[in-house]
Ligand binder design. Sequence first.
Ligand SMILES: Cc1cc2nc3c(=O)[nH]c(=O)nc-3n(C[C@H](O)[C@H](O)[C@H](O)COP(=O)(O)OP(=O)(O)OC[C@H]3O[C@@H](n4cnc5c(N)ncnc54)[C@H](O)[C@@H]3O)c2cc1C
Length: 318
Amino acid sequence: MLGAGIAGLSCARRLSERGHRVTLFDKSRGPSGRAATRREDGWSCDHGAQYFTARTPEFAQAVAQWCAAGVCQPWFPSLRVFGPAPRGPRPAPAPQRYVGMPHMSALGRWLAQGLDLRLWHTVTELRRGEGGWALRSGEHGWHGESFDSVLLALPPAQARALIQPIDPELAGGTEPDPMEPCWCAMAVYDADPLPEVEGAFVNQGPLSWVCADHRKPGRQGPCCWVLHAGPDWSRAHIDASPAEVGAWMLEAFADLGARGTPRQVTVHRWLYARGAREPAPGMIWQAQAGLGLAGDWLAGGRIEGAWRSGRALADALG
Ligand SMILES: Cc1cc2nc3c(=O)[nH]c(=O)nc-3n(C[C@H](O)[C@H](O)[C@H](O)COP(=O)(O)OP(=O)(O)OC[C@H]3O[C@@H](n4cnc5c(N)ncnc54)[C@H](O)[C@@H]3O)c2cc1C
């Protein structure tokens, strides 16, 4: 299994529960993928997924179990909207929001418990031979074991790069690629620059979302605001320098009323932040080849989609 985000983890857990032997490879230093938490000296904050919702009974059941285990908690923020509401029908009221406890990455750490997880393995090549699937990582070369099946729980561009040389038709099936980029700025302050706001959707200028991360439940540490830029602005400035992007995003934050100067600003570029195929097939499984794909982009997006896609792929394997 490649990718220890929520999709890969939910797939690996379900397969393990059913008696399959699963080895999970991820290029990062920890599990959880885009349900991510940035840790720096003296502060940390959720810089990927900000919260999650449960719109289907099966995911609501899993979330109830996670809450009972203390891995997440309902979140009742008072959210503002800046700028004109987008045209079209009013969106339905959002379902209950949840946040990972004490950070979003707690979800991935919880799901990874007991799994054979190999971190720092950036898989760069897959090969199918007589003994099964072999894989090579940039850090460790060819892996000693071979596998009956290879399952890729990756954003489509990253999956495509690996399957193009072995199955160009399947690689072509990952197009059109729905993923949108997102520039994220994390700003640490000595005094809260916008104490009257907890979080907000922003429909003006570069920003799309701002949130006082330190005021989410269970967070400790200094005042840290997370700013997300919208997909169009992020795409238009995709090659700008992080320093420039950070400055522009802070200017836009000041336009919302934020006061003062942060003592530290860290900028992260998500190349593949969000997006989902329509109609959503849920997952892709080629039984004869032993090759499968999962991920949020195949199941409606969001953390819920990732979790459901991983489960669907595991169920297809039986
Ligand atoms: C800025 C931002 C805001 C978001 N906000 C929300 C939100 O508020 N609510 C919500 O529900 N969702 C939100 N999302 C989306 C949510 O984070 C995703 O839908 C979900 O986490 C995707 O999970 P996944 O397992 O499909 O993919 P990922 O989490 O991307 O997992 C893929 C994994 O594969 C690994 N990987 C990639 N290439 C390789 C390779 N070659 N070899 C080995 N490993 C590899 C990566 O390190 C990663 O861990 C947001 C995402 C972003 C980025």
